[in-house]
Write a protein of this length. Sequence first.
Length: 460
Amino acid sequence: MSGGETVLGRRYRALTFGIISVVSLIAFEASAVNTAMPVAARALDGIELYAFAFSAYFTASLFAMALSGEWCDRAGPLVPLFTGIATFGAGLVVAGSAQRMWMFVAGRGVQGIGGGLVIVALYVVVGRAYPERLRPSILASFSAAWVLPVIVGPLIAGTVTEQLSWRWVFLSIPVLILLPLAVMLPALRKLPPGEHTAAMDRRRILLALAVAAGAGLLQYAGRDLKWLSLIPAAAGLALVVPGILRLLPKGTFRAARGLPSVVLLRGVAAGSFLGAESFVPLMLVTERGMSATLAGLSLTGGGLSWALGSYTQSRPRLEPYRERMMSLGLLLMAAAIVLVSTALISGVPAWIVAVSWFIGGYGMGVTISSGSVLLLKLSRPGEEGSNSASLQVSDALGNITMVGVAGVLFVALGGGSATADAHAASSAAPPAAFAAVFLTMAAVALLGSYIATRLKPRTG
């Protein structure tokens, strides 16, 4: 291979375009769902389950990620990837045709299974198909693939929601699946099979299933804060704690240096950001009277700056400072989330949210992409799948935990009475409900800034 080969060179061009197509599909769905979600929750009379519509996706994906890691290490990423894309599309159909909020949440869970299979398979593709020097660039393209979707996604989804129905936001996306299927297949067939010849580790897969079930029980208990809720909460903890301790690298929860801290930081960063982001559109619609379209567009800058942050970390001259960049990225995220909370003050212009999310998105781009680079760098050959699965499990667990915490805080402080109708007399939740969510997520991001100081393995 020529030393000057790039991710868009002849050898890698088809595979790179295929990866970008898949990530763009997921990005468009995410930006569209964020825009349509407040209206969908109100239409299905399910504001109290608003947070579950997000966390169900990540709860289901947690199990699918562990399955995908084992599957990819044994058989290669081709079948898990295409199975995941098909399942993702099926979940969109279920959510779009839901007649009750619980059906909508179930559809999001099916989507999560597909998304979990896909994301781990993509990391395995990167680890096996690209040399180490090109990995920062291809991982930066993951973020670049979000640029166009986050620009057009909220606008399209908002227009469709307001002019037709929120249902068409979900039902129309499966058509886009055809492009990734067509582009990726030829390049993926050339990848070598998995290096592990033993059967899949069923124990690891069952542990992931137990963790997902336990997380679901904890979310159910958090929804109804009564004494009887302690029963499902205890059962959930009994499933989650031993399972997650075995799924993640030893030392993860004490932030041991090296790989364990990389894995832990991923969950902390992703969870704090999504926990705050999930409630931004709802706040803008119910507190500031914005349309679904404008509320969704307020998050667009975050997607653009995320790509910029990811590009920044891919520069070779910044490689020696990767850990410091990640710490700075977490500080920017914490500051951005605090700044978002000022939009609850009537005298503060609503556009402060767009400015804040541009700052936070840049921090996320630097942090998330750098973490992925470090993980592949620290992985031994043949362990890319299981380690990538651990990273994604931490991601999903962080999202589940933080969105769940945000949902409990929101409902406990009276937010469950909010509606997505800005003209309804009872539409607004107490500002304290939103403030509690945002300030808690900012504190978690600050914790991540400390964890970033422990990413380098001990030497000697």
